[in-house]
Ligand binder design. Structure first.
Ligand SMILES: Cc1ncc(COP(=O)(O)O)c(C=O)c1O
Length: 397
């Protein structure tokens, strides 16, 4: 007699064993509580609280109305790729050939995923500097590779050191994942740290994925430097970026990867077979974003700078919490080790008891334990209320 298989036995092991995104889970839970009528403030996600500037929206609408509603070149429209190449040259000091060394993707997330599928495989290890953005480890696992965490120390300002990197390297290591400005820690990697990464990558013949998504969001004179500009690094670095954060374009899904043609041509195969191309008229908006007035970015960063201080000062006055001023991006990584609670228990209590959704630090790897992350890309009033609510829960110092 034929026995029926359980539905889970139909699932590919690489997906069955994969954890869903913890940040999306927090937002889903917050939405659910809101739908039950509770006054929840969601600081879980990473979406700028600004609408895309009008001239960018207009450019996309014009393109759509002019009939730009078809497939475009798989790697991106010539206009957008040329604008990206010019941006990388002028702002980052990186000379990429727009035709052979750049691919436009539906968000940087897709670019990172396609690059992982292209360059990582079973038996291959990739170093992930943790705490790290929640999607790196699953991407490496989906590609069949082994993510190897490199735990950075909160008591050392999450510094990247040669010892920490080299302790994790084996003959199977193929690549390192670097994200600066960093989500979730808010650190901006220094020139000296970049030199350490470059020295290690060159000594051990490794590739580096440099995720520069938050490059324009830096404070207090911190400076973003592209790793690929360091001597010997252009040929072993893939540079990832996108328009989601700096241009408040998360919903448009526009990102890109730039790197040596030998890798980009291979990633282009995965890209063409998985998504064909990024949305045609969105790319017209992207071109307008990169070539138009950049002043509004400064306005957004000024607002986030103010909110970063509000959150850091407010939370550091609460019993058990320390919130160092973030150097970049729009997240605060709050050190809650003094509370003695696990990051999951604490975030759960903050959500269930005072209705503020934050992400438990452990979602960013074991090195994030004892912390929680919140996004301050939201209005001042919500942030002030959130601080008051958390103070109500934990008490003031
Ligand atoms: C560090 C980092 N990289 C990449 C991304 C992906 O951005 P997008 O796919 O919207 O371009 C995000 C989004 O949250 C991020 O935080």
């Amino acid at each position: 007699m034929q026995t029926q298989r359980s539905s889970s036995s139909f699932l590919a092991g690489r997906v069955r064993d994969l954890a869903p995104s913890p940040t999306l889970a927090v937002s889903d839970r917050a939405r659910q509580l809101k739908s039950e009528g509770l006054d929840v403030i969601d600081l879980g996600g990473g979406d700028p609280d600004f609408i895309t500037p009008a001239h960018i929206r207009q450019a996309a609408a014009d393109a759509m109305n002019a009939g730009d509603t078809h497939y475009v070149a798989s790697s991106g429209t010539p206009a957008f790729r040329k604008a990206i190449a010019a941006k990388l040259k002028n702002e980052n000091g990186l000379g990429y050939d727009w035709q052979r060394e750049i691919i436009v993707t539906p968000g940087a997330k897709a670019a990172l995923f396609q690059a992982a599928l292209t360059l990582i495989e079973p038996g291959v290890e990739m170093l992930v500097l943790e705490p790290a953005w929640v999607s790196y480890v699953p991407m490496i696992e989906l590609a069949g590779g082994t993510p190897v965490p490199v735990a950075l120390d909160p008591d050392d300002n999450f510094a990247i050191t040669r010892d920490r990197l080299e302790a994790a390297i084996t003959p199977r290591t193929r690549a390192i994942l670097l994200n600066s400005p960093n989500n979730p820690t808010g650190r901006v990697t220094t020139q000296a740290e970049l030199e350490v990464i470059a020295a290690v990558a060159i000594a051990h013949d490794l590739l580096v994925f440099a995720d520069e998504m938050y490059e324009k969001i830096v404070y207090d004179g911190h400076r973003h430097i592209s790793l690929a500009t360091l001597p010997g690094m252009f040929e072993r670095t893939l540079t990832f970026n996108g328009l989601s954060k700096a241009y408040a374009m998360t919903g448009w899904r526009l990102g890109y990867v730039a790197g040596p043609a030998a890798y980009i041509e291979q990633i282009a195969k995965v890209h063409s077979h998985s998504v064909t191309c990024a949305t045609s008229f969105a790319q017209a908006g992207g071109t307008a974003a990169l070539t138009g007035d950049q002043a509004f970015i400064g306005d957004m960063v000024t607002a986030w700078d103010r909110r970063r201080r509000l959150v850091s000062e407010g939370l550091s006055a609460i019993k058990g919490l320390t919130c160092p001023l973030p150097e970049g991006a729009f997240y605060a990584m709050v050190d809650a080790r003094e509370t003695g609670l696990s990051s999951l228990d604490l975030s759960d209590r903050i959500l269930q008891e005072v209705y503020v959704a934050v992400v438990p630090g452990v979602a960013f790897g074991a090195a994030g334990e004892g912390h929680f992350r919140l996004s301050f890309a939201t209005d001042d009033a919500s942030l002030t209320t959130s601080v008051e609510r958390i103070a109500g829960l934990l008490g003031r110092r």
